[in-house]
Design a protein around this ligand. Structure first.
Ligand code: MIC
Ligand code: SF4
Length: 646
């Protein structure tokens, strides 16, 4: 790249952090990571991996361990995990955000995120911090552990898609509608291989929390990240958080060229809704008015800021939640909850009949509040994948807090514009800053005992890639299979996140309850996938679980970014059909053979998959970098590092 070329903001931050590689879209490069975050559901595995790396103390500028997902404590398991995480944080020099302090992305935005820094998080919604101008990327726990150990993060140089904002949002329209509009235009795979970079005159009209709602849900486009410039609005937010020293102005160079530009005139947007069961199944709220609901849930890392909940409280003030439904509110952070309780808004919510839950992910990840069977739930969340609410046949709708509040009163989906003048909610000049729920690590060298409960099992060992892979097509699935399909979450499954043998029993349970026992009996095998295989979360359990059950390769039409990295990290070979039409020729149960596979993946990108049942060869290929080939040959990233790999 020419030195003097005008750069996008994304390119500037990447250039500042480039350790090796070329900033050419599609090329692999390695980035220095300034900050990391983990949450409890992915964190236990990440810290077991960190322990396996044998370092003494994290080597990042800042690492934070949050507890926000596994909050129901039906037995000892989740509590034991939290205790393990707290002891690991103290041992390795990591800040620990205690259970009750809030959702990782909301708290990180408030207390730690910095413009211009790189942040790697073991959660797919890590790009929330892009709302403050941080280049924030979601990854599997092992990649985050490696970053904590001081290793550079390898990724494919993304294309930078510009989103030019003009105008200002009309009454009752919010940041959520901007990102739902992008879901409509780009679909759940439209962001794969791209960073969405927002610019233009409309940016100044959006607050940091609104920007963060937009960058958060870029994950549902499959984007590598999403980012806003850092401007006076960013400075005001950081000042109100008592962190003005973290500010630096940041924007793309004048004349920077994007790999395509999408124009959004904010003033032309209207309230939108994502219908079941995909965020890109979008309709304007006016077409859905009257849709029956049994539940409304407000919260999640997408929409539980001070502004969001104050708006909801203002709508509910003096009114009652409709008797036909249940309204839950999960504040994003204790800072938000404390502010609401001091200014009386919490009383308004409670008086209206809202069920106020703790500051955590809660219903978003099926940790309680499963809706009634066959009913609809409306949520201010970011994902509405089948079964994610805990009720397989419930319809999940996604919308802004404004739409949710209006609907909670009406008892069915309602258009908030019918409520007249919208409430005016200003961002506070200063938030209530109290970090007593964040435990700083003790001085280096302090003796700390790591506390492990009986549910925390050692990491399974992965053998090096076999010479040949012979086995059944254990399962054939369609397009846009999510990690919620591959490895479900929810209250029943999440307590096993630190116990691979136990959690593996749930692999593909929602699609085929016989999968785990069939895979175990077969010992080895393949998965056949459609396009965008593995979209959604960063959970590496969706790779470790199948690998534990004997899956050695996946053959699909295309992959989601984080999942394909997790497959490589745990020694599962991700292959692509050269001709996607060949997908139709393979049937579940076919006996497949990849012969001489170690040599073949090193020698070139094309291989032949023999379908022994059908008696035909199928051309398949890989898009692996030379480093990823070496990782696979070693049997995953931990083996690769152990053997001296970089
Ligand atoms: C999700 O929203 O699906 C999760 C739960 O936050 C996941 C992480 C996990 O599975 O623990 C994610 O988004 O990465
Ligand atoms: Fe938590 Fe839901 Fe956000 Fe995932 S998407 S981090 S489960 S609030």
């Amino acid at each position: 790249m020419a030195e003097n070329r005008s750069r996008t903001l994304t390119e500037k931050i990447i250039a500042e952090h480039l350790v090796s590689g070329e900033m050419r879209p599609g090329a692999e490069l390695a980035l220095r990571i300034d900050q990391t975050l983990t949450q409890d559901a992915t964190g236990t595995m990440a810290y077991l991996e960190l322990e396996a790396m044998g370092i003494d103390r994290v080597r990042t500028e800042l690492s934070v361990s949050y507890v926000d997902h596994n909050m129901l404590q039906q037995d000892f398991r989740n509590a034991d995990d939290h205790r393990y995480l707290q002891s690991i944080a103290a041992r390795y020099g990591i800040y620990f955000s205690r259970p009750g302090n809030g959702i990782c992305h909301q708290v990180h935005l408030e207390r730690f995120a910095r413009p211009g820094k790189t942040l790697l998080g073991s959660d797919s919604h890590t790009p929330t911090a892009g709302g403050i101008g941080s280049l924030a990327i979601g990854a599997g726990g092992l990649d985050v552990a490696a970053a904590m150990a001081g290793r550079a993060y390898s990724l494919v140089m993304p294309r930078v898609l510009g989103v030019r904002l003009t105008g200002a949002l009309p009454a009752w329209v919010s940041g959520k509608d901007v990102i739902i509009e992008l879901q409509r235009r780009l679909t759940v795979k439209g962001g794969v291989g791209r960073v969405l970079e927002y610019f233009g005159p409309g940016v100044a009209s959006l607050t940091v929390p609104q920007r963060a709602t937009i960058t958060n849900m870029g994950a549902e486009l499959g984007a590598t990240s999403s980012i806003f410039p850092s401007d006076d609005v960013t400075l005001a937010f950081l000042t109100a958080q008592g962190r003005s020293d973290a500010w630096r102005p940041l924007a793309a160079d004048e004349g920077a060229t994007y790999d395509g530009v999408i124009e959004i005139d904010l003033s032309r947007l209207e309230p939108l809704v994502s219908c079941p069961s995909s965020p890109d199944n979008v309709k304007p709220v006016r077409e859905l008015v009257g849709t029956p609901l049994s539940q409304v849930c407000i919260g999640s890392c997408t929409n539980s800021s001070y502004h969001d909940l104050m708006t909801v409280a203002a709508v509910l003030r003096g009114r009652s939640v409709h008797p036909g439904l249940s309204l839950t509110i999960s504040p994003g952070s204790r800072q938000v909850l404390t502010l609401l309780s001091k200014n009386g808004a919490l009383a308004d919510l409670v008086a209206a009949g809202a069920r106020v839950l703790e500051c955590a992910c809660g219903p978003c990840i099926g940790m309680g509040q499963a809706p009634a069977s066959g009913s609809n739930t409306l949520r201010s969340f970011n994902r509405n994948f089948e079964g994610r609410s805990g009720t397989p046949d419930a319809g999940i709708y996604l919308a802004s807090p404004e739409v949710c509040a209006a609907s909670a009163i009406a008892g069915c989906i309602a258009d908030p514009r019918e409520l007249g003048e919208p409430p005016v909610v200003a961002e506070p000049a200063s938030y209530l800053v109290e970090d007593n729920m964040i435990i700083a690590p003790p001085a280096p060298g302090t003796a700390v005992e790591i506390v492990r409960g009986p549910n925390i099992k050692p990491l399974p060992q992965v053998p090096p890639l076999a010479e040949s892979i012979r086995g059944e097509a254990l399962l054939k699935v369609g397009d846009n299979i999510t990690t919620d399909h591959i490895m479900p979450a929810g209250a029943q499954v999440l307590p096993f996140r630190s116990n691979i043998p136990a959690i593996s029993e749930f692999v593909f349970q929602r699609l085929d309850p016989t999968f785990a026992s069939r895979a175990r009996a077969a010992c080895r095998g393949f998965i056949i996938g459609g396009s965008n295989y593995g979209q959604g979360s960063s959970r590496e359990h969706a790779a470790i679980g199948p690998r534990y059950l004997g899956v050695e390769a996946v053959v699909a039409k295309s992959y989601a970014r984080i999942h394909v990295a997790n497959l490589v990290n745990f020694g599962i070979l991700p292959l692509l059909f050269v001709d996607p039409a060949d997908y139709d020729t393979i049937e579940q149960g076919d006996l497949l053979l990849l012969d001489d596979v170690r040599r073949a993946i090193e020698a070139g990108a094309e291989l032949t998959l023999a379908d022994l049942t059908k008696g035909r060869g199928i051309a398949v290929r890989h898009e692996l970098s030379p480093r990823q080939v070496r990782i696979l040959l070693a049997g995953g990233l931990l083996n690769y590092y152990r053997d001296g790999g970089e």
